[in-house]
Design a binder for this molecule. Structure first.
Ligand code: ADP
Ligand code: MG
Length: 819
């Protein structure tokens, strides 16, 4: 039986399926398992015929037959369920808790025992009716609300399925008020006192000494120990000059800067500031500057030795974001050049910092011992078919049954978070005043700053906060008060196929290291609980040990362009901490060549130099510069700005869905696709005098579109810098051509059945449901997409209509007429 599991684990088809859809994966896995079992049973029956076999062998064969029969029953259940949207099923898996048990005998014992415990299963009376099956689980879930006794730290739990019942919500309520006193007391303590309590504080002097002594220092400490907020302050207090601290995420840079400004007691943007793309919140007075790692790279362009900084902190190095990796390569270089006038700190939240030590020529590692409370881990017994729903159910369940403490849920992105907010609002609305308040606080990168602040607001006594976060809450920001973590085990990741040159965002299982970090968020201030929406088996057998560094799974065009403009020509020999595959480098060079940024000798062209000046993806930069030719740079700049606040412009309240759809359709009426709809939307808003009222009336998110306006203003300045002539032209064709001049690579053609086929490396893609062309009656023959998102299918998000002839006109070296 184990060999079957092994075979299934090694199965290539299953592996690739797993990254695409967990549901499909499970279904397929079950099918294969059945097939394999059947084959083995047949083989053995044949082999055993007329031969004396041991008792054990016979028993094993019997068990296999039994397993086979049960698997068949299960397959039926799954088959019934899977057509249903959002349906859910469970697969009792005999091997769930068998990690580390290598002895075949023990497996048999467990299997036998399992069947003994559940005779109805062994007798083949497994309920085939879906409802009965779920009822059974519901019953189990209710009785196991206080989790069953199990070995400490490793437990299984059941979810309450389907509708959450009112009476359950009231259960376990009484103990809430008594315990909130402590919380109030903690909140009442002043910030200064809080700072002294952080794990890094006792090491202040030692740390300063080490920074004086060593040019490069690797600092390791758990999330929340004070690395990001405290170390820059210590350095400034000790007379170091300008300190900059990089963050892989813009939200982190902003929120941490705000926090530190409060601690220092200054206005944000004065002594303490931040700098992210399209937003510089610093001044001459700024001595502590938080910035995205990408911004640091841009600073190399204007100041190659980063002379304004005395200390550079590369924070969150364990994340291994693309820009962080490149920044490390570049600071390593300037460290040699600048000698004693610069100090470098590499800061990481994970213990395996040897990699950084080795990369920085044996730099010493400074350890900040963490403080951590135990966290109980619960696994689901079977994979979750609909983890989003399962998460929401768990949130409500915790809210109803667990002692005070805030909840943190890890989701993969904005869309998922918005759905979860909606579900939770809906399900708590009907519950009236009997239930204590559940404060729902989302956080993701494009969420406007004032709404981000909500996650840090203290929870009023009696209420409970639930933070719905992307990976940002894994290590970048520490949210106080979290006691419960719900982890579905997924994150959105960029993935790049160098053969096709396609980059897409896909939802993938997190790594074990990631899951462990997430769990840690529950035990910062008191013992906590972490609910993993995946099986223990999956944790040990299906998840990768570590996340693959971004540099190994991304299109490098932007980085290559940047390095080229920094005068680094020999990319193959650049000192990468993990060198990207050379085929990826070559593909990026090809792409830049196709865009006209490099000449055929691989040297930067004038166009390439201008493109590098723009903090945009090379394709977008090319579109903006290319718009000169079509005299529509104003329009293209607007489109770029609107695209940069991705997918948060339009909103659709459920109760007014039809009106919202109509409002949205009105923007798209002129044709052309999503880009044109965005442009129309912006222009109408502008004509309304940037009216907020107008936004309400048209179901446009005022905050998001204001953000787009800020970006638009920034782009305006940048266009002056790279001398893009500002001209306006509302001709749709001209605008589409300008966009196509950068994105010709993403051209697709209509197929039968309303799907599209990419031109280069042909494969089928679909229009994203959020597009204005989704389910359109008259689909354009040709489309260019802005980005690909891979969820259940490969979706094109934001599409623009083109004509095939334009491709020949715009990129003749790339596309040739077939006729
Ligand atoms: P590290 O970088 O080591 O993960 P941080 O310096 O980010 O740790 O956080 C240190 C402490 O500061 C944490 O206890 C966290 O709760 C607190 N903190 C950080 N940002 C905020 C904020 N915006 N509001 C309240 N507390 C915060
Ligand atoms: Mg930090």
């Amino acid at each position: 039986l184990r060999s079957i599991e092994d075979m299934l684990n090694d199965d290539k088809e299953l592996k690739s399926l797993r990254d695409i859809s967990r549901r499909e994966y499970l279904k397929k896995r079950e099918e294969k398992k059945l097939q394999l079992l059947k084959e083995e049973i047949e083989d053995e029956e044949y082999l055993f015929e007329g031969v004396k076999v041991t008792e054990e062998e016979r028993k094993e064969l019997e068990l296999k037959k039994e397993t086979y029969r049960l698997a068949q029953e299960r397959a039926k259940l799954i088959g019934d369920d899977s057509d249903e949207e959002g349906g859910r099923y469970r697969m009792p898996d005999a091997f769930e808790d068998m990690k580390g048990v290598s002895d075949e005998k023990k497996r048999l014992q467990v299997l036998t025992k399992r069947y003994k415990e559940d005779p109805s299963a062994a007798a083949g009376k497994l309920k085939t009716d879906q409802q009965e099956w779920e009822d059974h689980l519901i019953n189990k879930a209710i009785t196991s609300k206080t989790p069953k006794a199990a070995p400490p730290g490793e437990k299984s739990y059941d979810l309450l399925l389907d509708d959450f019942r009112k009476e359950d919500l009231l259960a376990g309520y009484d103990n809430r008020e008594a315990e909130s006193e402590d919380e109030l007391e903690i909140e009442a303590k002043s910030i200064a006192e809080e700072r002294r309590k952080l794990p890094v504080f006792p090491y202040r002097e030692e740390l300063i000494k080490a920074v004086h002594e060593y040019q490069v220092l690797v600092v390791v400490g758990e999330t929340g120990s004070g690395k990001t907020t405290q170390i820059p302050q210590y350095l400034i207090e000790e007379g170091f000059g300008g300190v900059c601290c990089t963050q892989p995420r813009r939200v982190a840079a902003m929120s941490v800067a705000a926090r530190v400004a409060t601690e220092v007691g200054c206005k944000l943007g004065s002594k303490v500031g931040y700098s992210i793309r399209f937003e510089d919140c610093t001044s001459d007075k700024t001595v502590i500057k938080y910035m995205t790692d990408g911004m640091l790279l841009r600073e190399f362009l204007s100041e190659p030795d980063l002379g304004q900084y005395h200390v550079i902190i590369i924070d969150e190095a364990h994340e291994r974001s693309l820009s962080t990796d490149i920044a490390m390569g570049l600071v390593k270089d300037i460290a040699r050049a600048r000698g004693d006038s610069i100090r470098i700190i590499i800061s990481s939240a994970t213990l395996n910092a040897e990699k950084f030590r080795d990369y920085f020529d044996d730099a010493p590692i400074f350890n900040i011992p963490g403080r951590r409370y135990p966290v109980d881990i619960y696994y689901t017994k079977a994979p979750e078919a609909d983890y989003l729903d399962a998460c929401c159910v768990s949130v409500l369940q915790i809210h109803a049954s667990q002692p005070p403490g805030d909840i943190l849920v890890f989701l993969t992105g904005q869309e998922e978070i918005e759905t979860a907010v909606e579900i939770l609002n809906q399900r708590t609305r009907g519950l009236g005043s009997k239930v204590q308040e559940l404060m729902i606080a989302p956080i993701y990168s494009t969420l406007p700053a004032d709404m981000q602040a909500k996650i840090f607001e203290p929870t009023p006594p009696g209420a409970r906060k639930v933070v719905l976060a992307t990976n940002i809450a894994e290590t970048s920001v520490t949210i106080p008060g979290i006691v419960y973590v719900i982890d579905p085990g997924f994150c959105k990741q960029k993935s790049y196929n160098p053969k096709t040159g396609m980059e897409s965002l896909i939802v993938v299982p997190v790594s074990r290291a990631g899951a462990v970090q997430r769990t840690g968020r529950a035990g910062r201030t008191q013992p906590g609980k972490c609910f993993r929406m995946f099986t223990k088996w999956s944790f040990y057998n299906e998840m990768e040990e570590d996340t693959i560094p971004e540099i190994l799974r991304t299109n490098l065009a932007q980085v290559v362009l940047l390095l080229k403009s920094l005068g680094i020509d020999d990319l193959i020999n650049f000192d990468f901490i993990d060198a990207p595959p050379s085929e990826v480098l070559i593909k990026s060079l090809e792409q830049l060549y196709a865009l006209g940024a490099l000449n055929d000798r691989g040297e930067l062209t004038k166009l390439g130099r201008r493109m590098a000046e723009l903090p945009l993806d090379p394709m977008m930069a090319k579109s903006l510069i290319g718009s000169e030719k079509y005299s529509c740079s104003e329009e293209v700049a607007t489109i770029c700005a609107m695209l940069s606040v991705n997918n948060s412009i339009f909103y659709r309240p459920k109760d007014k869905g039809v009106i919202a759809d109509a409002a949205r359709a009105a923007f798209a009426r002129g044709g052309g696709g999503d880009h044109m709809a965005l442009l129309n939307c912006y222009n109408q808003w502008r004509d309304s005098g940037f009216s907020t009222q107008w936004c309400y009336e048209n179901f446009v998110q005022a905050r998001s579109i204001k953000q787009a306006r800020d970006v638009r203003d920034q782009l305006d300045g940048l266009m002056d810098r790279v001398e893009v002539e500002k001209t306006s032209n509302l001709d749709g064709d001209a605008i589409c051509k300008a966009i196509a001049s950068g994105f010709f690579y993403n051209a697709t053609r209509l197929e039968k059945g309303g799907t599209y086929r990419t031109l280069k490396n042909p494969h089928t893609v679909h229009i994203h449901p959020s597009s204005c062309l989704f389910k359109s009656e008259k689909l354009p023959r040709w489309l260019i997409y802005h980005e690909l998102v891979f969820t259940t299918k490969e979706f094109m998000r934001q599409v623009i209509q083109i004509e095939s002839a334009w491709l020949l006109e715009i990129a003749p070296f790339y596309y040739q007429s077939k006729e």
